[in-house]
Design a protein around this ligand. Structure first.
Ligand SMILES: [Zn+2]
Length: 98
């Protein structure tokens, strides 16, 4: 079973069909944008899916993370790449798919 998350209304939905094979990729509740969540998704990847950061920023943060030995969420927050609302949102999603 696959999990999907709406970036507008924050609802999580489930389906056995991958997003690319679904008739519509809009949220059934609000018509917002849906992202597909895979199990064991890393926090940085969730931020990427949500469009909070781009791949380049994630790469920078991952390198900084090695130096600082902090959690990726902290690194992103410390460098103002995301805000605390975005961090809690991503953490919430990570918990949903875990
Ligand atoms: Zn929605």
């Amino acid at each position: 079973m696959l999990s999907f998350y709406c970036t507008r209304c924050n609802k999580t939905s489930f389906s056995s069909t991958s997003l690319e094979y679904q008739y519509s990729s809009d949220c059934p509740y609000c018509g917002g944008e849906i992202i597909e969540l895979t199990k064991d998704l890393k926090l940085g990847e969730i931020m990427l899916l949500l469009g909070y950061i781009d791949r380049e920023k994630l790469q920078q943060a991952l390198e900084l993370q090695k130096e600082l030995k902090k959690r990726i969420g902290e690194v992103l927050l410390l460098n103002s790449l995301i805000n605390s609302t975005q961090l809690s949102q991503a953490l919430y999603i990570q918990k949903e798919v875990a």
